[in-house]
Design a protein around this ligand. Sequence first.
Ligand SMILES: Nc1nc2c(ncn2[C@@H]2O[C@H](COP(=O)(O)OP(=O)(O)OP(=O)(O)O)[C@@H](O)[C@H]2O)c(=O)[nH]1
Ligand SMILES: [Mg+2]
Length: 355
Amino acid sequence: MKIGLIGLPNSGKTTIFNALTGQTAEITSYSSGKAEPNLSVVNVLDERITKLSEMYNPKKTIYATIEFIDFVGLNEGAGREGLFSGAATALIKNTDALCVVARNFDDALLGSPTPFQDVEKIMDELLISDLIIAEKRLEKIELAYKRGQKTATLQFEEKVIHRIIEQLNENKPIRDLELSQDELKSIRGFQFLTLKPAMVILNSSEDNFNNSESVLDKLSTKYKTLEFAGNFEMELNQLEEEEAIEFMKDMGIEKSAQDRLTKFAYDLLGYISFFTVGTDEVRAWTIIKGSNAVIAAGTIHSDLARGFIRAECFNYKDLIEFGSEKAIREKGKFKLEGKEYIVNDGDILNIRFSV
Ligand SMILES: Nc1nc2c(ncn2[C@@H]2O[C@H](COP(=O)(O)OP(=O)(O)OP(=O)(O)O)[C@@H](O)[C@H]2O)c(=O)[nH]1
Ligand SMILES: [Mg+2]
């Protein structure tokens, strides 16, 4: 999973990035104009995997990973000029979700925070950027018609693009439009930004943290919103674990920034985890909720999907409750499932296959 951090300049994106990844990317008090995004891949520290690894004692333990990309600040008008330049454009288009960081701390130059307005500004830039892409595409389609290339495929796409333009002109993101699988397919190539799931991080100063109810409510009615104390949480990374936990408690923070964001992002994207276990490897896999056993098998290897016979299946919760695979079998909780079986979060699968 790839998550892009975007926001106005000096909203604390790099600070949040550091808090999430434990990195020490340079923090600047005013926009440095540095065009290179920061990248970091982190393990999703799912405690279930840690526990499974203790039980099976495998040679390798492999967590799911999330890639965070910290982009430079967006100014007003960025949507019209192309949000990002060069490599950053490709990077943002490849993200699975966007995370808008909003400043909720006083800034010497920018003054008091206005997080709701800031988020709206960024969302507007995304809308404009998509609108420009959609309008350009429409021009191209019309040009093709003039050249006599009025194919059914193009006409189908034209209808979708018209709906998209209408939606964007009403200031609504494309993700809120109901599109069929075929319609989605016809526009996939454009990688529209407002089609991506989006969330908001309210980046609060220590004083504002847990103390900004009204703005948090306002944001939450419109966006999936999470509050971080960016600077504070970044500094936690420099502490010993026990000390960090004490500091977190004092602040009223229950879980690390990374834990909270991961949980949130999984929910937002509708992702769940299943596991494979053995003496060789204990590993977490990510699939979309509602996926069947064949799709799960295919994320491990295409051969497993192609030659799928049955999935041996039990759930992590039962393993913890009953203590061993043997006990799970005795309780009748060890199942053989077919292709249509819908995989649950925490399922432990062993795919029987033949190719
Ligand atoms: N009080 C407070 N200050 C913060 C917080 N997060 C960031 N800052 C300050 O805001 C300034 C900008 O932080 P950055 O993390 O570099 O912001 P950015 O959004 O990455 O900035 P650009 O990449 O230049 O757009 C720095 O002076 C930070 O110390 C926070 O949670 N609380
Ligand atoms: Mg930055």
